[in-house]
Design a protein around this ligand. Structure first.
Ligand SMILES: *Cc1c(COP(=O)(O)O)cnc(C)c1O
Length: 354
């Protein structure tokens, strides 16, 4: 166990906090006073430093930029009414981070560095956590290859960092999306289950195409038949049919195992719905829509929590939903924010105190 003495903490003398407008916090735009940084070389992680937020500089041959060994996580911290600070399910992000690391042939990060480092950093910048409803501190751990040499091979050196961004309500208009039948995000045996930078780079063109066609996002389909649902943009997706919630299973390794997805599954069960994790075809969805049993469709992820989908197109068929009449998605969203913000008992044990 690494003790807190291994964390070398250097505090800034010039806090930017006073210049922050706590009422206007668009997602991912402002960063706190400090960051965590630790380097991996000669097969071991070095000293962990928490220091003033600052640029980092590299040689143009930096391996990560050329060959893509780069992974990340997204976590949120909250302050309750008593001013206590909690992080939502960080152990799940820690485990997923190392699953991504292994798939990308990168070293795993020890729990002490990831978990204790995150807590220490959040503590140092505690004053940056907004206390208002729907506000939080977004935590971004990431790791990338730092060898300075050209040539395709796993890097021998890496940098792990954590940065923090105070964020306001991620107000998400109900989305209009379509089932993507040309471009694919992930294939069995590929990297769809990893939170690696390349997955996002390759998704930008299809997402931009969707916007050019007047939609908000694409619904990714399986790579072979383009008919089984995977996920929506960077969110997992749920379909409420009758009294059953269906979400694609993780078995094929083609979707990200979302922490929000897992939490929503628990909350749906609590609401009395049956939850099925399985293959789901667009034909089945269209059939349910035509029968009038397809009630709600929504995406789930840390940034937006739950994003209603008000329109879903498949080939020439368009399914439309009256989002204002929904009950499941709003109930789950409310229950989730009540737990996160400490308004109700955390009966699932999801909160980790800082
Ligand atoms: C991060 C992410 C999600 C959501 O995961 P959460 O842990 O719920 O934030 C879903 N899909 C993709 C592709 C993602 O990158």
């Amino acid at each position: 166990m690494i003790g807190t003495d291994v964390f070398k903490i250097t505090k800034t003398k010039n806090s930017k906090l006073a210049s922050l407008d706590m009422d206007r916090l668009p997602f991912g735009r402002y960063f706190t006073d400090h960051m965590l940084e630790v380097d991996y070389e000669n097969g071991a992680w070095g000293e962990v430093s928490i220091k003033p937020y600052q640029p980092i500089s590299f040689d143009p041959s930096l391996a990560a930029i050329h060959y893509g060994q780069a992974i990340f996580e997204g976590v949120k911290a909250y302050k309750n009414k008593a001013g206590e600070v909690f992080i939502f399910r960080p152990e799940d992000n820690f485990k997923r981070f190392n699953i991504s690391a292994e798939r990308m042939e990168m070293p795993t990060v020890p729990e002490e560095i990831f978990m204790e480092g995150m807590k220490q950093l959040v503590k140092v910048d505690e004053a940056w956590i907004p206390e208002k409803h729907d506000y939080s501190l977004y935590i971004r751990p990431f790791m990338f290859a730092t060898d300075e040499a050209i040539g395709v091979r796993p890097s021998l050196t890496y940098k792990f960092m954590i940065i923090l961004s105070p964020t306001g309500p991620y107000y998400s208009e109900p989305m209009r999306i379509y089932a993507e039948e040309k471009y694919v995000r992930a294939v069995p045996g590929g990297v769809g289950f990893a939170k690696n930078a390349g997955n996002y780079g390759s998704s930008l063109y299809p997402s931009a195409e969707a916007k050019r066609k007047g939609y908000d996002q694409v619904l990714w389909m399986d790579a072979f038949e383009h008919k089984y649902v995977q996920e929506c943009g960077t969110m997992n997706v749920f379909f409420i049919i009758g009294n059953t919630a269906i979400t694609p299973s993780l078995n094929e390794g083609t979707i990200l195992a979302g922490v929000t997805r897992d939490s929503v599954i628990e909350l749906l069960k609590e609401l009395g719905l049956n939850v099925e994790e399985r293959r789901l075809s667009m034909d089945e969805i269209v059939e349910a829509y035509k029968k009038g049993t397809l009630r709600e469709v929504f995406g789930t992820g840390t940034a937006a929590t739950i994003s209603p989908i008000k329109e879903l197109a498949y080939k020439d068929f368009v399914m439309k939903f009256d989002v204002d009449k929904w009950t499941v998605a709003p109930d789950v969203k409310k229950r989730m924010s009540d737990i996160k913000e400490g308004n109700v008992e955390d009966s699932f044990g999801w909160l980790v105190k800082v």
